[in-house]
Design a protein around this ligand. Structure first.
Ligand SMILES: Cc1cc2nc3c(=O)[nH]c(=O)nc-3n(C[C@H](O)[C@H](O)[C@H](O)COP(=O)(O)OP(=O)(O)OC[C@H]3O[C@@H](n4cnc5c(N)ncnc54)[C@H](O)[C@@H]3O)c2cc1C
Length: 427
């Protein structure tokens, strides 16, 4: 590339923004591309670790690291909230009053929790009998509450989709079964999993596997429940259809939306605050010089760190083509994978993409980890993943044998099924 360096601005230094900025820094010299990354705080949370905190299996300090330290040399870090983006004038206005001009913008501001959107959820009872483990404050407070909870009704509720890591609430139910068993009080606690979906999960094959595991563990499944109100004083969930579910302790996953600045940025987002994005190229549908990765996109893929990881490779190739004025040829297939903790030191693993359901077999090839089957190896994989996150995924390293595209080797393609989508088209 010749002439002035191109200006890349990355909004958000979470999983996607960090790994993409690092990959782009590796790919281009500073004389070719300058990189400015913005985030409102300097605490990068390893979000999969939030699941373990309520059960005393992780310490809050272990899952938080400074954001700026995860970025390669030659990346400018701006510690500020984002106020708005002017997509026509190619500028980002920051809360600290400064402005960043860009040639290419990468939106990676994830999804935010919106408890205030559900009646009662942010009101009385919050952090007494009503919790979430989807943020550090909630997960930490819940750990304390669980220590003294030895009998009664535990209800786990997903208000609506899309949510980050759609399997995490089911993992919470499985770990709760393990936790109360370990503490010798399982017979005194009922566990109920309440979901707006018509099954335990969005995809028929894994939904069937997860439903039978819930059943085996004596966890009641309530489906098609659309939460209208969380009454933290009367301790009950009230559905829009007037069904009521009483609880002594509720763990609720609030509605999710895009970052609020998206609504202040005319033309950038949809009504939920997510950015319309081409599901293959990761170029936004709002402007050709805006790209999107991770939870901020409106894609029909899981909102998961694994997705942001697989998207990274495709995104960098397409930003490179865009800067060179060439067609965007790299395509993302919707590849996602998730370890699903099932308690008692076991976990399942699922691997899928836009088109293909989770299949049995092994990942990433015939000698790999078992798919759709509980195993101790998968549990170890889940635990080891944190190391890989800080040292492989965030720095933007390529991992031999693990590519962006969903592998078919090792999978039982005899059971190949087309992926289902939930009623919002979000997997
Ligand atoms: C409990 C839980 C368990 C999970 N488990 C898994 C798992 O096992 N496997 C998996 O793959 N995924 C898991 N995930 C999901 C995964 O963490 C996210 O999908 C992933 O972090 C998305 O990356 P992202 O970059 O899109 O968003 P994030 O990592 O959330 O980053 C977004 C960044 O944008 C910043 N930002 C937002 N708005 C503004 C603003 N106005 N100004 C400045 N900065 C702003 C935020 O501070 C944040 O740093 C889990 C999530 C949760 C909550």
């Amino acid at each position: 590339m010749t002439g002035q360096p191109k200006k890349l601005v990355v909004l958000g230094a979470g999983t996607g923004g960090t790994l993409a900025a690092n990959r782009i820094r590796k790919r281009f010299a500073e004389s070719e591309v300058t990189i400015d990354v913005v985030d409102r705080d300097n605490r990068h949370i390893y979000q999969p670790g939030l699941l373990f905190i309520p059960f005393g299996l992780a310490d809050p300090d272990e899952i938080v690291r400074p954001r700026d330290r995860q970025l390669r040399r030659g990346i400018n870090y701006h510690l500020s909230g984002i106020e708005s983006v002017d997509i026509d004038r190619q500028r980002v206005l920051l809360d600290n009053g400064s402005t960043l001009a860009y040639d290419v913008l990468l939106v990676a501001t994830g999804a935010v929790l919106q408890p205030e959107e559900t009646e009662g959820l942010a009101g009385p009872g919050r952090l007494d009998d009503v919790f979430t483990f989807y943020d550090l404050e909630g997960a930490t407070a819940l750990a304390e509450r669980l220590e003294s909870f030895d009998s009664g009704r535990l209800v786990i509720n997903v208000v609506d989709m899309p949510i980050k890591c759609p399997v995490a609430p089911i993992e919470f139910a499985f770990l709760a079964d393990w936790y109360f068993t370990e503490n010798g009080v399982r017979e005194d606690v009922t566990i109920t999993y309440v979901t707006p979906l018509d099954g335990a999960f969005t995809k028929p094959t894994s939904s069937a596997t997860l439903s039978s595991l819930l059943d085996e563990k004596n966890i009641e499944l309530v489906t098609e429940f659309n939460t209208g109100e969380v009454d933290g004083v009367g301790r009950k969930l009230i559905g829009y259809d007037e069904r009521e579910i009483p609880f002594d302790l509720a763990v609720v996953i609030p509605l999710h939306g895009g970052a609020p600045y998206v609504h202040n940025s005319p033309g950038l987002g949809d009504e939920l605050g997510f950015v319309p994005t081409d599901k293959a190229t990761l170029q936004s549908l709002v402007k050709p010089n805006i790209f999107v990765l991770g939870d901020a996109a409106d894609l029909p893929a899981s909102k998961a760190g694994s997705v942001a990881h697989f998207e990274g490779e495709v995104l960098v190739a397409n930003i490179e083509s865009f800067l060179a004025g060439e067609p965007l040829e790299a395509t993302f297939d919707g590849h996602a994978n998730c370890f699903i903790e099932t308690g008692f030191s076991k976990a399942l693993l699922i691997d899928f993409n836009y088109e293909t359901e989770p299949l049995p077999g092994h990942y990433p090839g015939p000698l790999g980890l078992p798919l759709l089957k509980e195993s101790k190896l998968n549990h170890l994989g889940k635990l080891m993943f944190q190391w890989f996150y800080w040292h492989g995924l965030l720095p933007g390293r390529d991992i031999p044998g693990i590519g962006a595209a969903m592998p078919t080797a090792g999978k039982d393609t005899g059971e190949l099924v087309s992926a289902g989508t939930n009623r919002e088209g979000t997997q």
